[in-house]
Design a protein around this ligand. Structure first.
Ligand code: ATP
Ligand code: MG
Length: 391
């Protein structure tokens, strides 16, 4: 048997009162974008229906249900989805379909869970659960287990129709990409920053990327890595821009003119300034980094605040409360980990001081920075930015 539709449930969005229509529309649009890689005759429409979205499958989609499921698992703002079978709102027909679907061998215990949105359907959900359950029991000889069933037969009575399904899959939860506005995410070649970008998308932000490199003093490995990462992240957001910024000219000035122990902080202040300028051009409202409190020298509260002082847009750090192992687990899940651990030549590893300041004071940093033409260096970096589009 082949499912007729995929029911998409979005939980949190349903709570958003007046914004609900907007959120639903965004999710609908994102479902379309996610399914774009399939041929156009995979489904006939994506409709809205009482607190869920419904993808109406054509024969082609029915035959490719496993690939569709795999793609839909990546949609942010969707709590779960279920390939479902459509039937008329008739108790006998619903029961017959449920028995058919549950007549498979791969479980021992089951329950029936009915949701009745259409109150004019004459049978209560309790009665449906009992009667359909009894019919399944009789046909299959399986056990009923209300609390910990191996398999659940779901019946949705909604919109003048009924849907029956026995399998559902988790989406990414969170909010649909696009409902929270744009952010500029700082992507190094490391493990943390792609995970941070993922969490920004999961909360509804549209992400653009900026990467700083020191080519020609380093090789291009980090650039190649961020490109590969972005390709992985395209399952969550289909279109990205990547801004490649040359940091070397700034690093050279910093190295020649300023005290060694503040170098990393000075580089970082330049990075966030440039990222902020790019954010403004792109109409992005915040920056995102993969900082995690206390992880490395530059991530003490003191240093973070000195770095952040250079800019006025909010700097978001989605990973602030995560342990490294948790970040790694997520990086594996979103498939960026294997790329991150490839060797590269980090721009900040170049020209690093032997003893970087871990608790820099703003006054001292500013004294050093005064030795540089900050405005000119930022402008020059922006002028030389190379932008790549991933679509
Ligand atoms: P990551 O694994 O993300 O590189 P990290 O633990 O190595 O993080 P840092 O090197 O201190 O920590 O970088 C902190 C954050 O600063 C990164 O997560 C990233 O958002 C940003 N960042 C660092 N280097 C770069 C770079 N070359 N280009 C863009 N952003 C960078
Ligand atoms: Mg790094």
């Amino acid at each position: 048997m082949k499912p007729d539709v995929i029911l998409c449930h979005y939980g949190e969005i349903g709570l958003k009162g007046k914004n609900r229509g907007y959120f639903e529309k965004k999710l609908q649009e994102n479902l379309r974008k996610t399914l774009k890689k399939f041929s156009p005759d995979t489904y006939s429409s994506i409709g809205r229906m009482f607190g869920r979205l419904i993808i109406r499958l054509n024969e082609k989609g029915q035959n490719e249900i496993d690939s569709l499921n795999a793609a839909l698992k990546n949609v942010c703002g969707m709590v779960y989805f279920a390939p479902a079978f459509k039937v008329v709102q008739n108790k006998d027909k619903i029961t017959k379909l449920a028995v058919e679907l549950m007549s498979v061998e791969d479980y021992n215990s089951f329950r029936v869970t009915t949701r009745r949105t259409d109150k004019d359907f004459p049978v209560s959900k309790q009665k449906m659960n009992e009667d359909v359950g009894a019919a399944i029991l009789e046909a299959t000889g399986k056990m009923v287990n209300l609390n910990h069933p191996d398999k659940t037969c779901f019946i949705d009575i909604v919109d003048g129709k009924a849907f029956v399904y026995t399998e559902r899959f988790n989406g990414q939860s969170g909010l649909p990409v696009g409902v929270s506005g744009k952010v500029m995410s700082m992507l190094s070649g490391g493990i943390d920053s792609p995970v941070a970008a993922y969490y920004a998308m999961k909360r509804g932000a549209v992400v653009s990327f900026v990467h700083f490199h020191s080519v020609p003093y380093t090789n291009e490995a980090s650039i190649e890595k961020v490109r590969e990462m972005i390709e992985k992240l395209q399952v969550f957001q289909q279109k990205f821009s990547l801004h490649l910024v040359e940091l070397a000219p700034i690093q050279k000035e910093v190295m020649v003119l300023t005290a060694e122990k503040y170098r990393i902080i000075l580089y970082r202040r330049f990075m966030v300034r440039i990222a902020e300028a790019l954010a403004k051009i792109q109409k992005a409202k915040a920056l995102v980094t993969g900082d995690s409190l206390g992880q490395v020298a530059s991530q003490t509260l003191e240093n973070m605040s000195v770095i952040e002082e250079a800019i006025s847009v909010p700097l978001l750090r989605p990973l602030i409360g995560f342990d490294k192992l948790e970040i790694i687990a997520k990086a594996r899940e979103i498939e960026t980990y294997d790329i991150s651990i490839q060797p590269d030549q980090d721009c900040c590893a170049l020209f690093v001081p032997k003893h970087p300041a871990t608790k820099a004071r703003l006054v001292d940093v500013i004294i050093e920075e005064k030795k540089l033409d900050v405005e000119m260096l930022v402008q020059q970096a922006i002028k030389n930015v190379k932008t790549e589009i991933f679509e």
